[in-house]
Structures are given as structure tokens and as C-alpha cells.
Write a protein that binds this ligand. Structure first.
Ligand code: ADP
Length: 485
């Protein structure tokens, strides 16, 4: 026989040893076995085999289980044995698992002394009858179900210590589903380590032929490998998620810090702008006082210088007011309500002489459509647009301004058309930016903030702005916001 054939022969022979069925008669006198089970009926069949094998061999039985399991087992045993008689002779001792457990559990831990005084004594006394002892205990499974894993493993160890003192066989049982989940893998191995025999659950045991059992082992191995791969993938994704979460937290933290810095800066600049107005008012008042008190004694040069001071401080005051308005329109809460645009524009024209004949002719194409917006912000916008429309005029030309609205789908577009100097195409975009002005202060006074206030306010109302213009051909400014449904 070649060495190759000999190896094959060895393998075939050893195959016979593979995947044996568990035989209760093979249990050693001092074995500590664990039975895993999927279904209660399988556990009861197993227990019946375990206990009846012992009873037939004239062994004593200590059976510690839940009331349900006790009831089901005894119903089975009664078909073959006189249970009452066996109980009265002390050959079959049945105990309630929870009640027995309560005798030696102290604050969630097993007290070994109390265990020795209760169960230890019972085992000792039963052994003294000179019959072999077979015990079944389900207390560990109760502790496990409660999530008290340490106590369950400790109780297994205490049973093992007792078995070192006295020879008896012990069987424990756990429902397999109490070990589901990746986190239970190690504790499952730990429980197995505490036992001399591990009896698999019925999905393996129930296979009748050796071949079926080998197939079931192969299927389990395949399942284990794919689960391990899935777990590795899950862990990788979890790690990835944690990294992303950490980055997000960092970004959120930085955004909060940045927002705080911006808020501080806003409060600071608002405060400064506000405080600068008081000394400015002083300058204006003292300039007026100077002229009132000493104007008659001053020559025209001095009077001119003082009026320069007054107008510069007035300009600066206007600039500060506009900055404050821009800041307010950018950050204040803007409540949107239906606004009667027709009344708003007519009131504005009535209010300012610059908008009235003979200074200007403003024709309103009544009635202007109502809109959804903020009345104060809209007043501010229209005041700026009308002021610009009458301001940017060629010398000697009387402002003629037309105002009308049109409905565009659900929005209302309001137009303000003037006959002014118009805007070069290259400036059409930049006029909306803050502090951008096309002409020097002397030619057309202003701060360069008005249109940026308009744009910011309209955008905050969910709308948009625009302008159509050509140099020397007047301008058509428009704003568009939702209409009243
Ligand atoms: P200000 O009017 O204080 O200069 P605005 O922000 O209101 O500032 O306007 C910015 C610039 O846009 C103006 O300086 C001007 O050059 C241009 N502009 C605004 N409105 C008109 C208009 N109706 N006609 C011509 N140019 C205009």
C-alpha cells in the first residue's frame, strides 16, 4: 500500500469518529455538561433522557428548574416512574430554581458560604446515601437571562468546586438565543470552558445520519465565516461613521466658535456706530451755536469753514445711520405679513417734499398689487429707491418717476422707472454692493449703502432685485416678492 493510500485509509477511519451523537449513558459520574437548546420541547426530551437514565441506574436525582420545566418533565417521567414514591424516598428531589437561587444570592452576587450551607449540604447528604448523584440546575440560565453574566459564570465555578469535593454528574441548560449577538461570543466560550461536555442544540442533534451532521457542521462553518466577514465590514463602517462624526463635531464646534466671534464683532461694531453719533451731534450743535453767537463777527471764510464742519458731520451721521440700518436689516427678525403696497407708496410720496411737485413728479399706476412682506423693511427699500430715482438726475432736468406692479406667476414685481442719468452696463452689478458708488460725493451725495439695504431686505423676504438701465436713458429698478395668495 502506498503511503498516499494509507493516509486516505486513515482519513476514512477517522471519519467514523466525526460528529457523534450525544449518548446520555456515556456521561461520566463526575461530568459537568451543558445543554444548549432552541426549543423547550427539545430541552424536556433531553432532560427526560438524562433523568430517566439516572433513575434506571438507581442514581439519586436533584432537579433544580423553573416551575414550567419541572411540570413538563414530571409529566413525562410519570409515564415510566412513580414520581411521588421516588420523592418520598429522597431519590428524586425537585427544587424551584428561583427560590433556590434566592437562598444564596446577596446583592446580585453568589455568596459561596450560603451556597455551601444550602445546596452544598443537600448534595453532601444525598451523596451519603451511597447512591451516585445526577443533578440538573437551571439557576445559571436564570442569572444569564437577567443579564447577570458574572454571577452565572461564578455559579458555574462554585458548582465545579463542589464537584471537586463530591463525585456527582451535573447538567446545566441554556437557551441558545440568550447568546445571540456579537458581544456574547466571548461569554459563550467562557460558559463552554466551565463544562467538561458541551451538547449542541437540536439543529445539530436532530440530524439522524452522520452525513447530515457533517453537512450541518459545514453549513455552520460557512455561516460563521460569512458572519465574521459581515461583522468586520460592520466594524469598518462603524469606525468610518465615528471618524465622520468626529469631523462633523469638530466642524460644528468651529462653526459655533466662528458664529460667536461674528456675533461679538457685530455687537461691537453696532455699539461703536451707535456711540459715535453722540459726539457727532455735539459737533453739529456747537457749530450751529458758533454761527448763532458769533456768526455776525465772522468773515465769509470762517463761516464757510464752519458750514464745512456741519455738513461733514451730517454726512458722517448719515453714514452711521445707514450702517446701523444695514446691520439691523441683516440680522433682525423679519416677520412676513400681507402689505398694502399701494398705500405704502402713496403715503411715502405724501410724506416727503422731494417726491412731490414741483420737486418731482411721481406717477403711481394705481392700484399697486398687495404683497407678502415686512412693512417696515419695504418702507425702507422704497424710500431708498424713490430717493435715488429723484436724486440721480442730469443738471436742470425735473425728475419724472413711474411706479407700477405686475403679477409674475405667484410673485409681484414692482417697477420704479426714472428719467435720470442712467447707469453704464459695466456698473449694473456693482451698484448693489455696499459702499459702491459711481459718482463722487460732491456730484451726487450719498453713502453707497442704500441699494445694499434694499437687496438684503428683499432677499430676507424671499425675493429678488434687479435693474435695467443705459447711460443717459434713465433707469428701471425692480423688486420681486411673493404676492398675497
Ligand atoms: P447712494 O445713493 O448713497 O450713492 P446707493 O447704494 O443707493 O447709494 O446707490 C449706489 C449707486 O448706484 C449710486 O451711487 C449710483 O451710482 C447708482 N444708482 C442708484 N440708483 C440710481 C438711479 N436711479 N439712477 C442712476 N444711478 C443710480
Amino acid at each position: 500500500m502506498s503511503s498516499r493510500e494509507a493516509t486516505y485509509q486513515d482519513r476514512v477511519t477517522s471519519l467514523e469518529e466525526f460528529a457523534p451523537h450525544f449518548n446520555w449513558k456515556e456521561l461520566g459520574a463526575s461530568d459537568h455538561s451543558v445543554q444548549f437548546y432552541e426549543d423547550n420541547s427539545h430541552l424536556i426530551n433531553s432532560l427526560k433522557a438524562y433523568v430517566s437514565t439516572g433513575l434506571k441506574a438507581n442514581e439519586n436525582i436533584i432537579f433544580i428548574a423553573t416551575p414550567e420545566h419541572l411540570f413538563d418533565l414530571e409529566k413525562q417521567l410519570e409515564k415510566e416512574f412513580d414520581i411521588s414514591k421516588l420523592k418520598s424516598q429522597g431519590n428524586y428531589i425537585a427544587l424551584d430554581a428561583a427560590e433556590t437561587l434566592s437562598k444564596f444570592m446577596v446583592e446580585g452576587s453568589v455568596n459561596s458560604e450560603l451556597f455551601a450551607q444550602s445546596l452544598g449540604e443537600l448534595v453532601k447528604n444525598t451523596i451519603l446515601t451511597n447512591r451516585p448523584l445526577r443533578a440538573f440546575g437551571e439557576m445559571v440560565a436564570l442569572l444569564w437571562a437577567e443579564g447577570n453574566f458574572d454571577a452565572a459564570i461564578n455559579l458555574e465555578k462554585i458548582w465545579n468546586d463542589l464537584r471537586k469535593k463530591y463525585d456527582f454528574s451535573l447538567l446545566c441548560a441554556y437557551p441558545l438565543n440568550s447568546f445571540s449577538g456579537e458581544s456574547k461570543v466571548n461569554s459563550f466560550l467562557h460558559i463552554c470552558e466551565e463544562h467538561s461536555h458541551v451538547i449542541p442544540a437540536e439543529s445539530y442533534i436532530s440530524k439522524s445520519s452522520r452525513d447530515e451532521r457533517l453537512r450541518s457542521i459545514s453549513a455552520l462553518q460557512q455561516k460563521a465565516i460569512s458572519l465574521e466577514a459581515e461583522i468586520a465590514e460592520k466594524n469598518r463602517l462603524e469606525l468610518n461613521l465615528l471618524e465622520q462624526q468626529a469631523k462633523l463635531n469638530l466642524a460644528t464646534m468651529r462653526t459655533t466658535q466662528l458664529q460667536e466671534a461674528v456675533d461679538d464683532l457685530k455687537a461691537f461694531s453696532y455699539g461703536i456706530s451707535h456711540d459715535m453719533r453722540a459726539p457727532l451731534r455735539c459737533i453739529q450743535q456747537y457749530s450751529s451755536l458758533l454761527i448763532e453767537e458769533f456768526g455776525k463777527e465772522m468773515n465769509s471764510k470762517k463761516l464757510e469753514l464752519i458750514s464745512q464742519i456741519t455738513s461733514s458731520s451730517r454726512n458722517l451721521d448719515k453714514l452711521i445711520q445707514d450702517i446701523l440700518s444695514y446691520s439691523a436689516i441683516s440680522h433682525q427678525d423679519i416677520k412676513i405679513r400681507p402689505v398694502n403696497l399701494n398705500k405704502l407708496v402713496n403715503d411715502l410720496v405724501q410724506q416727503y417734499q422731494d417726491f412731490q411737485i414741483p420737486n418731482a413728479k411721481i406717477s403711481i399706476n394705481n392700484p399697486l398689487l398687495p404683497v407678502m412682506g415686512n412693512e417696515d423693511a419695504l418702507t425702507r427699500c422704497l424710500q431708498n429707491l424713490l430717493a435715488n430715482a429723484v436724486k440721480f438726475m442730469p443738471p436742470g432736468v425735473k425728475p419724472e418717476v413711474k411706479v407700477w406692479t405686475e403679477l409674475l406667476d405667484k410673485n409681484v414685481r414692482l417697477w420704479i422707472e426714472d428719467n435720470g442719468i442712467g447707469i453704464f452696463p459695466k456698473h449694473l452689478e456693482r451698484v448693489w454692493r455696499i459702499f459702491e458708488r459711481v459718482y463722487p460725493q460732491k456730484t451726487y451725495p450719498g453713502t453707497g449703502i442704500g441699494l445694499s439695504i434694499v437687496r438684503k431686505a428683499i432677499e430676507r423676504m424671499g425675493g429678488s432685485v434687479g435693474v435695467e438701465s443705459e447711460f443717459n436713458k434713465g433707469s428701471k429698478f425692480w423688486l420681486e416678492i411673493p404676492g398675497v395668495a
